[in-house]
Design a protein around this ligand. Structure first.
Ligand code: 4AD
Ligand code: MG
Length: 430
Protein backbone atom coordinates (compact mmCIF):
# COMPACT_ATOMS: atom_id res chain seq x y z
CA UNK A 1 0.00 0.00 0.00
CA UNK A 2 1.43 3.38 -1.00
CA UNK A 3 0.74 6.18 1.47
CA UNK A 4 2.26 9.28 3.07
CA UNK A 5 3.74 9.97 6.49
CA UNK A 6 0.65 11.94 7.48
CA UNK A 7 -1.81 9.27 6.35
CA UNK A 8 0.27 6.40 7.73
CA UNK A 9 -1.63 6.75 11.03
CA UNK A 10 -4.48 4.93 9.27
CA UNK A 11 -2.27 1.89 8.65
CA UNK A 12 -1.18 0.90 12.16
CA UNK A 13 0.36 -2.60 12.17
CA UNK A 14 0.15 -2.79 8.39
CA UNK A 15 2.87 -2.71 5.76
CA UNK A 16 3.05 0.40 3.59
CA UNK A 17 5.42 2.07 1.13
CA UNK A 18 6.26 5.77 1.42
CA UNK A 19 8.16 7.93 -1.06
CA UNK A 20 10.38 10.43 0.74
CA UNK A 21 13.83 11.74 1.46
CA UNK A 22 16.41 10.94 4.10
CA UNK A 23 16.47 13.92 6.44
CA UNK A 24 18.98 12.59 8.93
CA UNK A 25 20.15 9.29 10.38
CA UNK A 26 22.07 7.63 13.16
CA UNK A 27 23.10 4.05 13.46
CA UNK A 28 25.00 1.52 15.53
CA UNK A 29 26.17 -1.97 14.69
CA UNK A 30 22.71 -3.46 15.16
CA UNK A 31 20.18 -0.75 14.42
CA UNK A 32 19.77 2.31 12.19
CA UNK A 33 17.34 5.16 12.81
CA UNK A 34 16.33 6.99 9.64
CA UNK A 35 14.65 10.39 9.93
CA UNK A 36 12.40 10.37 6.89
CA UNK A 37 10.45 13.27 5.43
CA UNK A 38 7.97 13.28 2.58
CA UNK A 39 6.44 16.76 2.57
CA UNK A 40 3.49 15.70 4.73
CA UNK A 41 5.65 15.23 7.82
CA UNK A 42 8.72 13.74 9.47
CA UNK A 43 8.82 10.12 10.66
CA UNK A 44 11.37 7.76 12.10
CA UNK A 45 12.19 4.57 10.23
CA UNK A 46 13.81 1.85 12.32
CA UNK A 47 16.05 -0.67 10.56
CA UNK A 48 17.01 -3.64 12.74
CA UNK A 49 19.97 -5.64 11.43
CA UNK A 50 18.58 -8.97 12.59
CA UNK A 51 15.29 -8.40 10.74
CA UNK A 52 16.37 -7.26 7.28
CA UNK A 53 18.73 -8.58 4.63
CA UNK A 54 22.39 -7.71 5.01
CA UNK A 55 22.17 -5.55 1.85
CA UNK A 56 19.27 -3.55 3.25
CA UNK A 57 21.06 -2.93 6.53
CA UNK A 58 24.24 -1.79 4.77
CA UNK A 59 22.15 0.47 2.53
CA UNK A 60 20.40 1.99 5.56
CA UNK A 61 23.75 2.71 7.20
CA UNK A 62 25.18 4.34 4.09
CA UNK A 63 22.30 6.37 2.63
CA UNK A 64 23.30 10.00 2.26
CA UNK A 65 21.34 12.99 3.50
CA UNK A 66 18.53 14.08 1.13
CA UNK A 67 18.70 10.99 -1.06
CA UNK A 68 15.22 10.18 -2.36
CA UNK A 69 13.78 6.79 -1.46
CA UNK A 70 10.89 4.42 -1.36
CA UNK A 71 10.80 2.80 2.05
CA UNK A 72 8.57 -0.14 2.87
CA UNK A 73 7.74 -1.41 6.32
CA UNK A 74 5.20 -1.81 9.08
CA UNK A 75 3.72 1.23 10.84
CA UNK A 76 3.89 0.77 14.62
CA UNK A 77 2.87 2.92 17.56
CA UNK A 78 5.61 5.11 19.08
CA UNK A 79 4.35 7.12 22.02
CA UNK A 80 7.67 8.96 22.46
CA UNK A 81 7.48 10.85 19.17
CA UNK A 82 5.26 13.87 18.39
CA UNK A 83 3.85 11.91 15.49
CA UNK A 84 2.79 8.90 17.60
CA UNK A 85 4.03 6.23 15.20
CA UNK A 86 7.12 5.07 13.30
CA UNK A 87 8.04 2.54 10.63
CA UNK A 88 9.78 -0.81 11.11
CA UNK A 89 11.62 -0.72 7.80
CA UNK A 90 11.73 -3.93 5.74
CA UNK A 91 13.19 -2.66 2.49
CA UNK A 92 14.59 0.48 0.90
CA UNK A 93 14.75 1.49 -2.74
CA UNK A 94 16.99 4.47 -3.54
CA UNK A 95 15.51 6.66 -6.27
CA UNK A 96 18.31 9.23 -6.45
CA UNK A 97 21.43 9.38 -4.33
CA UNK A 98 22.28 12.90 -3.12
CA UNK A 99 25.93 13.88 -2.66
CA UNK A 100 27.32 16.64 -0.42
CA UNK A 101 23.99 18.22 0.51
CA UNK A 102 25.04 21.72 1.55
CA UNK A 103 22.82 22.12 4.62
CA UNK A 104 24.15 19.73 7.23
CA UNK A 105 22.92 19.35 10.80
CA UNK A 106 25.64 21.80 11.97
CA UNK A 107 24.83 25.49 12.45
CA UNK A 108 24.91 27.63 9.31
CA UNK A 109 24.72 31.43 9.17
CA UNK A 110 21.49 33.06 8.01
CA UNK A 111 23.02 34.45 4.79
CA UNK A 112 24.23 30.97 3.83
CA UNK A 113 20.80 29.53 4.54
CA UNK A 114 19.11 32.34 2.60
CA UNK A 115 21.41 31.66 -0.38
CA UNK A 116 20.17 28.07 -0.18
CA UNK A 117 16.55 28.95 0.50
CA UNK A 118 15.41 26.49 -2.19
CA UNK A 119 16.92 23.70 -0.05
CA UNK A 120 16.45 25.29 3.37
CA UNK A 121 12.67 24.95 2.82
CA UNK A 122 13.15 21.19 3.40
CA UNK A 123 14.34 21.58 6.97
CA UNK A 124 12.00 20.78 9.82
CA UNK A 125 11.47 24.28 11.19
CA UNK A 126 11.06 25.91 7.80
CA UNK A 127 8.62 23.17 6.85
CA UNK A 128 6.62 23.88 10.01
CA UNK A 129 6.47 27.62 9.29
CA UNK A 130 5.16 27.03 5.75
CA UNK A 131 2.52 24.62 7.06
CA UNK A 132 1.36 27.30 9.52
CA UNK A 133 1.33 29.86 6.72
CA UNK A 134 -0.84 27.48 4.71
CA UNK A 135 -3.20 26.99 7.65
CA UNK A 136 -3.55 30.76 8.07
CA UNK A 137 -4.43 31.08 4.38
CA UNK A 138 -6.93 28.22 4.65
CA UNK A 139 -8.51 29.75 7.77
CA UNK A 140 -8.68 33.13 6.03
CA UNK A 141 -10.78 31.76 3.18
CA UNK A 142 -12.88 29.84 5.70
CA UNK A 143 -13.56 32.93 7.82
CA UNK A 144 -14.50 35.25 4.99
CA UNK A 145 -16.50 32.66 3.07
CA UNK A 146 -18.43 31.77 6.25
CA UNK A 147 -19.18 35.44 6.89
CA UNK A 148 -20.66 36.38 3.54
CA UNK A 149 -17.61 37.93 1.86
CA UNK A 150 -16.86 37.56 -1.85
CA UNK A 151 -13.24 37.24 -2.96
CA UNK A 152 -12.33 39.83 -5.57
CA UNK A 153 -8.84 40.14 -7.06
CA UNK A 154 -7.47 43.66 -7.53
CA UNK A 155 -4.84 44.28 -10.22
CA UNK A 156 -1.10 44.10 -9.53
CA UNK A 157 -0.12 46.60 -12.21
CA UNK A 158 -1.64 49.94 -11.34
CA UNK A 159 -1.55 53.61 -12.23
CA UNK A 160 -2.27 55.03 -8.76
CA UNK A 161 -0.80 54.87 -5.27
CA UNK A 162 -2.99 54.13 -2.24
CA UNK A 163 -0.37 54.41 0.52
CA UNK A 164 1.78 57.36 -0.54
CA UNK A 165 4.13 57.71 -3.46
CA UNK A 166 7.53 57.24 -1.84
CA UNK A 167 7.54 53.43 -1.77
CA UNK A 168 6.36 52.57 -5.27
CA UNK A 169 8.05 50.16 -7.64
CA UNK A 170 8.02 51.82 -10.99
CA UNK A 171 7.78 49.94 -14.27
CA UNK A 172 6.97 50.72 -17.89
CA UNK A 173 3.55 49.66 -19.16
CA UNK A 174 4.20 49.91 -22.87
CA UNK A 175 4.27 53.70 -23.33
CA UNK A 176 2.72 54.47 -19.96
CA UNK A 177 4.13 54.53 -16.44
CA UNK A 178 2.89 51.88 -14.05
CA UNK A 179 3.51 50.79 -10.46
CA UNK A 180 3.41 47.44 -8.73
CA UNK A 181 0.49 47.43 -6.32
CA UNK A 182 1.30 48.48 -2.75
CA UNK A 183 -2.30 47.72 -1.68
CA UNK A 184 -5.46 46.65 -3.48
CA UNK A 185 -7.62 48.79 -1.23
CA UNK A 186 -8.88 51.40 -3.67
CA UNK A 187 -10.06 48.69 -6.06
CA UNK A 188 -11.57 46.75 -3.16
CA UNK A 189 -13.64 49.84 -2.31
CA UNK A 190 -15.06 49.71 -5.83
CA UNK A 191 -15.69 45.98 -5.38
CA UNK A 192 -17.48 46.59 -2.04
CA UNK A 193 -19.92 48.91 -3.80
CA UNK A 194 -20.73 46.04 -6.16
CA UNK A 195 -20.67 43.10 -3.70
CA UNK A 196 -21.12 44.55 -0.20
CA UNK A 197 -18.48 42.58 1.67
CA UNK A 198 -15.35 41.60 -0.22
CA UNK A 199 -11.82 40.45 0.48
CA UNK A 200 -8.65 40.11 -1.51
CA UNK A 201 -5.53 38.05 -1.00
CA UNK A 202 -2.54 38.82 -3.11
CA UNK A 203 1.01 40.07 -3.39
CA UNK A 204 1.88 43.69 -2.64
CA UNK A 205 5.13 45.56 -3.09
CA UNK A 206 6.88 48.26 -1.11
CA UNK A 207 10.12 49.78 -2.35
CA UNK A 208 11.06 50.60 1.23
CA UNK A 209 14.72 50.66 2.15
CA UNK A 210 13.93 49.03 5.49
CA UNK A 211 16.01 46.19 6.79
CA UNK A 212 14.11 45.18 9.91
CA UNK A 213 12.67 41.89 11.16
CA UNK A 214 9.22 43.16 10.08
CA UNK A 215 9.85 44.35 6.53
CA UNK A 216 9.68 42.55 3.22
CA UNK A 217 9.81 44.17 -0.19
CA UNK A 218 7.16 41.78 -1.49
CA UNK A 219 4.51 40.53 0.91
CA UNK A 220 1.02 39.10 0.76
CA UNK A 221 -1.91 41.02 2.12
CA UNK A 222 -5.50 40.11 2.97
CA UNK A 223 -7.71 43.16 2.38
CA UNK A 224 -11.38 43.02 3.38
CA UNK A 225 -13.65 45.96 2.54
CA UNK A 226 -17.21 46.33 3.81
CA UNK A 227 -20.02 48.62 2.64
CA UNK A 228 -22.20 50.07 5.43
CA UNK A 229 -19.59 49.18 8.10
CA UNK A 230 -18.29 51.97 10.30
CA UNK A 231 -14.94 51.94 12.04
CA UNK A 232 -16.26 50.19 15.18
CA UNK A 233 -17.96 47.48 13.06
CA UNK A 234 -14.67 46.89 11.24
CA UNK A 235 -12.71 46.48 14.49
CA UNK A 236 -15.13 43.71 15.48
CA UNK A 237 -14.51 41.86 12.22
CA UNK A 238 -10.76 42.26 12.71
CA UNK A 239 -10.70 40.81 16.20
CA UNK A 240 -12.95 37.91 15.18
CA UNK A 241 -10.79 37.18 12.15
CA UNK A 242 -7.48 37.26 14.03
CA UNK A 243 -8.92 35.10 16.82
CA UNK A 244 -10.10 32.60 14.19
CA UNK A 245 -6.59 32.46 12.70
CA UNK A 246 -4.99 31.78 16.07
CA UNK A 247 -7.54 29.14 17.04
CA UNK A 248 -7.23 27.37 13.69
CA UNK A 249 -3.45 27.14 14.01
CA UNK A 250 -3.70 25.94 17.62
CA UNK A 251 -6.15 23.24 16.52
CA UNK A 252 -4.63 22.11 13.22
CA UNK A 253 -0.88 22.71 13.59
CA UNK A 254 -0.03 21.07 16.92
CA UNK A 255 3.04 19.22 15.61
CA UNK A 256 4.34 22.33 13.82
CA UNK A 257 3.93 24.54 16.90
CA UNK A 258 5.84 21.94 18.91
CA UNK A 259 8.59 21.75 16.31
CA UNK A 260 8.94 25.53 16.57
CA UNK A 261 8.84 25.40 20.38
CA UNK A 262 6.07 28.00 20.30
CA UNK A 263 4.72 29.05 23.72
CA UNK A 264 1.08 28.18 22.96
CA UNK A 265 -0.23 29.49 26.29
CA UNK A 266 0.29 33.01 24.98
CA UNK A 267 -1.72 32.17 21.85
CA UNK A 268 -4.47 30.45 23.81
CA UNK A 269 -5.16 33.73 25.64
CA UNK A 270 -6.14 35.48 22.39
CA UNK A 271 -9.90 36.11 22.52
CA UNK A 272 -12.37 38.84 21.59
CA UNK A 273 -12.69 41.69 22.42
CA UNK A 274 -9.15 43.01 21.98
CA UNK A 275 -8.05 45.95 24.13
CA UNK A 276 -8.24 49.37 22.45
CA UNK A 277 -6.20 52.46 23.25
CA UNK A 278 -6.39 55.80 21.47
CA UNK A 279 -3.28 57.30 19.94
CA UNK A 280 -3.59 60.18 22.46
CA UNK A 281 -3.60 57.80 25.41
CA UNK A 282 -0.80 55.76 23.87
CA UNK A 283 1.41 58.87 23.72
CA UNK A 284 0.61 59.63 27.38
CA UNK A 285 1.32 56.02 28.34
CA UNK A 286 4.67 56.05 26.54
CA UNK A 287 5.71 59.28 28.23
CA UNK A 288 4.84 57.77 31.61
CA UNK A 289 6.94 54.74 30.67
CA UNK A 290 9.90 57.05 30.15
CA UNK A 291 9.90 57.42 26.36
CA UNK A 292 11.08 61.04 25.96
CA UNK A 293 11.49 60.65 22.21
CA UNK A 294 7.80 60.69 21.29
CA UNK A 295 5.68 63.81 20.71
CA UNK A 296 2.01 64.02 19.71
CA UNK A 297 1.85 63.92 15.91
CA UNK A 298 4.75 61.54 15.38
CA UNK A 299 4.43 57.95 14.24
CA UNK A 300 5.34 55.15 16.61
CA UNK A 301 8.48 53.12 16.06
CA UNK A 302 9.03 49.48 16.89
CA UNK A 303 10.11 50.13 20.53
CA UNK A 304 6.94 52.17 21.16
CA UNK A 305 4.68 49.51 19.68
CA UNK A 306 6.43 46.82 21.68
CA UNK A 307 6.04 48.75 24.95
CA UNK A 308 2.31 49.16 24.34
CA UNK A 309 1.85 45.51 23.32
CA UNK A 310 3.80 44.26 26.35
CA UNK A 311 1.48 46.20 28.61
CA UNK A 312 -1.51 44.15 27.40
CA UNK A 313 0.10 40.86 26.38
CA UNK A 314 -2.75 40.55 23.82
CA UNK A 315 -3.24 42.02 20.35
CA UNK A 316 -4.15 45.68 20.93
CA UNK A 317 -5.81 48.28 18.69
CA UNK A 318 -4.22 51.72 18.68
CA UNK A 319 -7.00 53.95 17.34
CA UNK A 320 -7.43 57.48 15.97
CA UNK A 321 -3.95 58.43 14.79
CA UNK A 322 -3.21 62.02 13.74
CA UNK A 323 -4.53 62.79 10.25
CA UNK A 324 -1.17 64.05 9.04
CA UNK A 325 0.68 60.75 9.51
CA UNK A 326 -1.95 58.61 7.78
CA UNK A 327 -2.95 58.16 4.10
CA UNK A 328 -5.32 60.55 2.32
CA UNK A 329 -8.45 58.39 2.31
CA UNK A 330 -9.23 58.11 6.04
CA UNK A 331 -12.47 59.48 7.50
CA UNK A 332 -11.96 62.33 10.01
CA UNK A 333 -12.77 61.56 13.64
CA UNK A 334 -15.87 63.66 14.48
CA UNK A 335 -14.65 64.03 18.08
CA UNK A 336 -11.28 65.46 17.08
CA UNK A 337 -10.75 66.48 13.47
CA UNK A 338 -6.96 66.35 13.85
CA UNK A 339 -7.32 62.58 14.03
CA UNK A 340 -8.88 59.93 11.81
CA UNK A 341 -11.12 56.88 12.29
CA UNK A 342 -8.42 54.28 11.96
CA UNK A 343 -6.61 51.62 13.93
CA UNK A 344 -3.43 49.63 13.76
CA UNK A 345 -3.56 46.21 15.39
CA UNK A 346 -0.33 45.55 17.28
CA UNK A 347 0.57 41.91 17.88
CA UNK A 348 2.00 40.82 21.25
CA UNK A 349 5.61 39.78 21.90
CA UNK A 350 7.22 42.52 19.82
CA UNK A 351 5.84 41.46 16.41
CA UNK A 352 4.47 44.94 15.76
CA UNK A 353 1.66 46.08 13.50
CA UNK A 354 -0.14 43.23 11.76
CA UNK A 355 -3.23 45.14 10.57
CA UNK A 356 -3.79 48.67 9.32
CA UNK A 357 -7.40 49.70 8.77
CA UNK A 358 -9.82 52.61 8.72
CA UNK A 359 -13.19 54.01 7.81
CA UNK A 360 -12.93 55.62 4.37
CA UNK A 361 -13.98 59.14 3.43
CA UNK A 362 -17.32 58.85 1.64
CA UNK A 363 -17.90 62.55 0.92
CA UNK A 364 -16.89 63.60 -2.60
CA UNK A 365 -15.80 67.17 -1.78
CA UNK A 366 -13.66 66.09 1.17
CA UNK A 367 -12.04 63.31 -0.88
CA UNK A 368 -11.21 65.78 -3.68
CA UNK A 369 -9.72 68.14 -1.11
CA UNK A 370 -7.52 65.39 0.37
CA UNK A 371 -6.28 64.28 -3.06
CA UNK A 372 -5.24 67.89 -3.69
CA UNK A 373 -3.63 68.30 -0.27
CA UNK A 374 -1.58 65.15 -0.86
CA UNK A 375 -0.61 66.43 -4.31
CA UNK A 376 -1.87 63.29 -6.00
CA UNK A 377 -2.69 63.19 -9.69
CA UNK A 378 -6.49 63.63 -9.57
CA UNK A 379 -6.95 62.10 -13.01
CA UNK A 380 -5.62 58.69 -12.01
CA UNK A 381 -8.03 58.68 -9.04
CA UNK A 382 -11.04 59.54 -11.17
CA UNK A 383 -12.50 56.02 -10.82
CA UNK A 384 -12.06 56.26 -7.05
CA UNK A 385 -13.94 59.56 -6.95
CA UNK A 386 -16.78 57.98 -8.96
CA UNK A 387 -17.46 55.75 -5.94
CA UNK A 388 -18.31 58.96 -4.04
CA UNK A 389 -20.50 60.25 -6.87
CA UNK A 390 -22.78 57.30 -7.48
CA UNK A 391 -24.44 56.08 -4.30
CA UNK A 392 -21.66 56.72 -1.81
CA UNK A 393 -22.05 54.91 1.52
CA UNK A 394 -20.03 54.73 4.75
CA UNK A 395 -17.56 51.89 4.46
CA UNK A 396 -14.49 50.50 6.17
CA UNK A 397 -11.76 48.01 5.55
CA UNK A 398 -8.37 46.80 6.61
CA UNK A 399 -5.24 44.98 5.50
CA UNK A 400 -3.54 42.12 7.33
CA UNK A 401 0.08 41.43 6.41
CA UNK A 402 0.28 37.66 6.02
CA UNK A 403 3.97 37.27 6.80
CA UNK A 404 3.77 39.35 9.98
CA UNK A 405 0.79 37.30 11.16
CA UNK A 406 2.68 34.07 10.40
CA UNK A 407 5.78 35.33 12.24
CA UNK A 408 3.79 36.16 15.34
CA UNK A 409 1.68 33.01 15.43
CA UNK A 410 4.66 30.73 14.63
CA UNK A 411 6.91 32.61 17.02
CA UNK A 412 9.70 33.08 14.46
CA UNK A 413 11.81 36.15 14.99
CA UNK A 414 12.08 37.49 11.43
CA UNK A 415 9.52 37.75 8.61
CA UNK A 416 12.09 36.47 6.11
CA UNK A 417 11.44 32.92 7.37
CA UNK A 418 7.69 33.25 6.82
CA UNK A 419 7.90 33.76 3.05
CA UNK A 420 8.99 30.81 0.89
CA UNK A 421 11.23 32.98 -1.26
CA UNK A 422 11.52 36.34 0.52
CA UNK A 423 12.34 39.49 -1.43
CA UNK A 424 14.54 41.56 0.86
CA UNK A 425 16.47 44.80 0.50
CA UNK A 426 19.54 43.02 -0.84
CA UNK A 427 18.05 39.75 -1.96
CA UNK A 428 16.38 38.73 -5.20
CA UNK A 429 17.96 35.24 -5.24
CA UNK A 430 16.93 32.44 -5.24
O1 4AD B 1 -0.70 49.58 7.07
P1 4AD B 1 -0.65 49.27 5.62
O2 4AD B 1 0.32 50.03 4.79
O3 4AD B 1 -2.15 49.47 5.11
C1 4AD B 1 -2.58 49.40 3.83
O4 4AD B 1 -1.92 49.10 2.86
C2 4AD B 1 -4.06 49.62 3.70
N1 4AD B 1 -4.35 50.05 2.34
C3 4AD B 1 -4.79 48.33 4.05
C4 4AD B 1 -6.28 48.47 3.93
O5 4AD B 1 -6.87 49.19 4.70
N2 4AD B 1 -6.88 47.78 3.00
O6 4AD B 1 -0.36 47.73 5.41
C5 4AD B 1 -1.22 46.76 5.99
C6 4AD B 1 -0.42 45.68 6.65
C7 4AD B 1 0.44 46.13 7.82
O7 4AD B 1 -0.30 46.22 9.00
C8 4AD B 1 1.48 45.03 7.88
O8 4AD B 1 0.96 43.89 8.53
C9 4AD B 1 1.67 44.68 6.42
O9 4AD B 1 0.52 45.11 5.73
N3 4AD B 1 2.86 45.33 5.87
C10 4AD B 1 4.03 44.71 5.66
N4 4AD B 1 4.43 43.45 5.86
C11 4AD B 1 5.70 43.10 5.53
N5 4AD B 1 6.58 43.97 5.00
C12 4AD B 1 6.23 45.26 4.75
N6 4AD B 1 7.10 46.10 4.19
C13 4AD B 1 4.90 45.68 5.09
N7 4AD B 1 4.23 46.85 4.99
C14 4AD B 1 2.99 46.61 5.46
MG1 MG C 1 0.22 50.63 8.53
Amino acid sequence: MKTTIKEAKNYLNQEVTIGGWLHNKRSSGKIAFLQLRDGTGFMQGVVVKAEVSEDTFQLAKNITQESSLFVTGEITEDTRSDLGYEMQVKSIEVIDEAHDYPITPKNHGTEFLMDHRHLWLRSKKQHAVMKIRNEIIRATYEFFNNNGFTKIDPPILTASAPEGTSELFHTKYFDEDAFLSQSGQLYMEAAAMAHGKVFSFGPTFRAEKSKTRRHLIEFWMIEPEMAFYNHADSLEVQEQYVTHLVQSVLKNCKIELKTLERDTEKLAKVATPFPRITYDDAVKFLKEEGFDDIEWGEDFGAPHETAIANHYDLPVFITNYPTKIKPFYMQPNPENEDTVLCADLIAPEGYGEIIGGSERINDLALMEQRINEHELDAESYSYYLDLRKYGSVPHSGFGLGLERAVAWISGVEHVRETSPFPRLLNRLYP
